[in-house]
Design a protein around this ligand. Structure first.
Ligand code: A3D
Length: 320
């Protein structure tokens, strides 16, 4: 049986880490694409030279032309620019929208059957534009943010409670970033909701709010420390979990920026919601009832993402 083919559009910090993880997990043959000449080829060769040590068999190659991604089963997009200290994700919009136009055209021509995972920021607007530019079915184009946001939340909670990260689950909704909506009543330690843990005295409501805010600011915290770019290990791990669920038809329930066609009262927009990812891409969007506080946060998130999408339509009228 032929191996799966995974194309990574953008071979920078996240792209290189994606290639390493996809290799270590033997998800398939990996093609690194970038506009920088030599860089994807160099990273591919370096990683290929690690494969005998780690014992994985994956073809690894680098390319500067879209022909190289032909027939890919999964395409993960990180092409564009990341944040520097003091920048918001939204500051990246104009540059990265142009990049999405090129990438969308390349995918449309060479990998129209792929499952496409977008990571480029500002995420919810970029994945929306990428789906339009590529013309791929909406269930096959998805954005990575919720897996990362919930992983950060889980880590901070596990540290707080001194329990294993494995036993903490977290549930987040909404746009990536400041308007993320963490649902504390659906986030648990071994099934016990955080709201009950507050009642049990494991932490105060104020401390929980601090952890929620640290999660919302999780990306900025890393940017502030690194100074030259943004997070890449955890974002890459998160996208690989999504790719693996698709390639292995695991049907994992993962929070992703998915195309909403009426769900949560929204149409023609991408927003972070719980999804099921299997062989058909986004197979299901799980709609839960929101209480009034959650609804207010969710509406704020919708307004913020809609603002970015409107800005995209102004820059590129073909999207309107
Ligand atoms: P970086 O290391 O700069 O890699 C980006 C790569 O894209 C570079 O190698 C560029 O040469 C390449 N590139 C630029 N323009 C093009 C183009 N037109 N076609 C192909 N390649 C191109 O950045 P990174 O890997 O750290 O981050 C990549 C993106 O992910 C940025 O937009 C980040 O803001 C975003 N990001 C998103 C999250 C989410 O949770 C959604 C988290 C972290 C980073």
């Amino acid at each position: 049986m032929a191996r799966n083919k995974i194309a990574l559009i953008g071979s920078g910090q996240i792209g290189g880490t994606l290639a390493h993880l996809a290799g270590l997990k033997e998800l398939g043959d990996i093609v690194l694409f970038d506009i920088a000449e030599g860089m994807p080829q160099g990273k591919a060769l370096d990683l290929a030279e690690s494969s005998p040590v780690d014992g994985f068999d994956s073809g690894l190659s680098g390319t500067n032309t879209y022909e190289g991604i032909a027939g890919s089963d999964v395409v993960i997009v990180t092409a564009g620019v990341p944040r520097k200290p003091g920048m918001s994700r939204d500051d990246l919009l104009e540059i990265n929208l142009k990049v999405m136009e090129q990438v969308g055209a390349g995918i449309k021509k060479y990998a129209p059957d792929a499952f496409v995972i977008c990571i480029t920021n500002p995420l919810d607007a970029m994945v929306w534009a990428l789906q339009k530019f590529s013309g791929l079915p909406a269930n096959k184009v998805v954005g990575m943010a919720g897996v990362l946001d919930s992983s950060r939340f889980r880590y901070f909670l596990a540290e707080e409670f001194k329990v294993s990260v494995e036993d903490v689950t977290a549930f987040v909704l909404g746009g990536h970033g400041d308007t993320m909506v963490p649902l504390t009543r659906y986030s648990t330690v071994a099934g016990v909701p955080l709201t009950d843990l507050v009642k049990m005295g494991w932490l105060t409501a104020e401390r929980l709010e601090e952890i929620v805010q640290r999660t919302r600011d999780g990306g900025a915290e890393i940017v502030g420390l690194l100074k030259t770019g943004s997070a890449f290990y955890a974002p890459a791990a998160s996208a690989i979990a999504m790719a693996e669920s698709y390639l292995k038809d695991k049907k994992r329930v993962l929070p992703c920026a998915a195309y909403l066609d009426g769900q949560y009262g929204q149409k023609d927009m991408y927003l972070g919601v719980p999804t099921v990812i299997g062989e058909n891409g986004i197979e299901r969007i799980i709609e839960i009832d929101l209480n009034s506080d959650e609804k207010a946060m969710f509406d704020k998130s919708v307004a913020s993402v809609n603002g970015l999408v409107d800005a995209c339509k102004k820059i590129q009228p073909a999207l309107a």
